[in-house]
Ligand binder design. Structure first.
Ligand code: ZN
Length: 113
C-alpha cells in the first residue's frame, strides 16, 4: 500500500528528529501534501496511527496541510490555481503550464517532547 510506505517514511523522519533532539516522544507531525501528490489523506492517517502503535510516536497528532495546485503559464507568465485538472492557462488558453506547487509531500515540521 502506497500510504503505508509514506507513513513509514514519516515515522522514520520523526524518530530520527526525536533522537537528534534528545527527546523521548513525538507529539505532532505537520505535513504538507500537494493536491496532486497522489496521497489519500484518510488512508495515510490510518496507516500512520497503525504504524506508530507501540513506538515513541504512538498517539502523535498528524496535521495535514493541503497545498493547492498552482501553475505558471509559459506564454503569459501568470501564476494561478489549476482547477479540475485543466492544464490550459485560464487567461490565454496556452497549454504551456508549468506546475510550481501542488506535488509536494513533505514533513514541514515536528514537535517532540
Ligand atoms: Zn497564459
Amino acid at each position: 500500500m502506497h500510504e503505508m510506505a509514506i507513513a513509514e517514511g514519516i515515522l522514520g523522519i520523526a524518530l530520527k528528529t526525536m533522537d537528534e533532539n534528545a527527546a523521548t516522544r513525538v507529539a505532532r507531525v505537520n505535513l504538507l501534501v500537494g493536491e496532486m501528490a497522489g496521497v489519500e489523506c484518510e488512508s495515510l492517517r490510518f496507516c500512520f496511527a497503525a504504524l506508530t502503535k507501540g513506538t515513541a510516536a504512538d498517539g502523535a497528532a498528524l496535521s495535514i496541510e493541503r497545498v493547492p495546485l498552482i501553475g505558471r503559464c509559459g506564454a503569459c507568465g501568470r501564476e494561478q490555481p489549476i482547477e479540475r485538472y485543466s492544464f490550459l492557462c485560464p487567461s490565454c488558453r496556452s497549454g504551456a503550464l508549468e506546475i510550481i506547487s501542488g506535488r509536494e509531500l513533505k514533513v514541514e515540521s515536528l514537535e517532540v517532547d
